[in-house]
Design a protein around this ligand. Structure first.
Ligand code: FAD
Length: 306
């Protein structure tokens, strides 16, 4: 298998301009700091390069997964069979044109928030402090009870599995709570997004953005590594409150711990394995089902070779 992997990497390097690595540890690329190696790890040089990579992988029936900043994924200890396409520096452009913001999918959401607030534009400040990229945020419809990225997304440019570039509008993006169509249709890679904002009072926007960042620092765990909320809030309930009421704060398996400060966070406080995090998450789900007859749905994407 290994020889084949190196041969494939060599072949791919000759056909594209981006970076190709083999056996890249995913722990280096996830906020959990967890995850085994990806067979192939590819960073496209630009959109055309990305299209070529997708076609190349599909022709060889090599499964692929797109990674942003890895702030919402739990990757298996055995890693990922196939290819990880990491959207990096070439996709970080941010252009503000009046009330429109054109952003590359690898731009950091929080940096885009700062740039739009600095330009006196309102609409994105409710997502201040959320880690990750614009691409990941659109897939997850990232946000808080104050608002989410889908509220201001007007258009998303993608590359399809055939290497074709397409534009998608809110009707086909189907944003809802922590959900967009990309969670179902995994055959598209986001390269760019158009956000529509409104003129606002810059001083007020700065105050709101800083307040939100401050509240996050106060209320979210500051020790350990995580992928944010492990579970989505079930209809009418707060997952964190249910987990707290079930007395699960502080429960641990190895170095994986249910956070004291926010019960919906599972923390890696040292050398937790993906298996330990998953086992702990399943224990939480089982307890919540037993106590409240509620099924917790994962918000964190569980990926790789389990
Ligand atoms: C400390 C902490 C706090 C957090 N707080 C919040 C919060 O308040 N609200 C919230 O909503 N989330 C929160 N999160 C979760 C996380 O920040 C968001 O889900 C974020 O949007 C993930 O972005 P990412 O670039 O890291 O995506 P990744 O984790 O890399 O990927 C997430 C999903 O998006 C897909 N994806 C990524 N980029 C692309 C692309 N270009 N094209 C197609 N698919 C793509 C991946 O395949 C994967 O399925 C938190 C996480 C942490 C660590």
């Amino acid at each position: 298998m290994e020889a084949k992997q190196f041969q494939l990497a060599e072949e791919l390097r000759k056909s594209i301009r981006g970076i190709v690595k083999t056996d890249e540890p995913m722990a280096k690329h996830t906020t959990f700091g967890i995850g085994g190696p990806a067979d192939l790890y590819i960073e496209p040089a630009d959109t055309d390069d990305l299209a070529q990579i997708i076609v190349w992988l599909n022709e060889r029936q090599i499964p692929w997964f797109v990674l942003g900043d890895g702030a919402n994924v739990l990757v298996a200890d055995k890693g990922i069979r196939g290819a990880v396409i990491h959207m990096g520096k070439p996709f970080r452009k941010v252009k503000i044109d009046g009330e429109k913001v054109i952003v590359g999918s690898a731009a950091k959401l929080d940096k885009v928030v700062s740039a739009t607030v600095d330009a006196g534009l309102a609409g994105l400040e409710s997502t201040a402090g959320i880690p990750g990229t614009i691409g990941g945020a659109i897939v997850m419809n990232a946000g808080t009870y104050r608002g989410q990225i889908g509220d201001v997304t007007e258009k998303v440019c993608v590359v399809t599995t055939d290497g074709v570039q397409l534009e998608m509008t809110p009707e086909n993006l189907q944003f809802r709570y922590r959900w967009s169509v990309f969670q179902e249709d995994k055959n598209k890679i986001i390269v760019e997004a158009y956000l529509g904002l409104k003129p606002g009072n810059k001083e007020e926007l700065v105050r709101t953005m800083e307040y939100i960042r401050h509240r996050r620092n106060m209320n979210l765990p500051t020790v350990g590594r995580s992928a944010g909320c492990m579970f989505k809030n079930p209809d009418g309930y707060s997952a964190g409150q249910l987990i707290d009421e079930a007395g699960l704060k502080g429960t641990s398996i190895g170095d994986a711990v249910v956070a004291d400060k926010h019960a919906n966070f599972i923390l890696n406080i040292g050398k937790a394995s993906a298996t330990e995090v998953k086992e702990l998450a399943e224990r939480v789900r089982g307890t919540i089902k037993g106590k409240f007859d509620i099924d917790l749905e994962y918000e964190v994407r569980i990926i790789g070779d389990w």
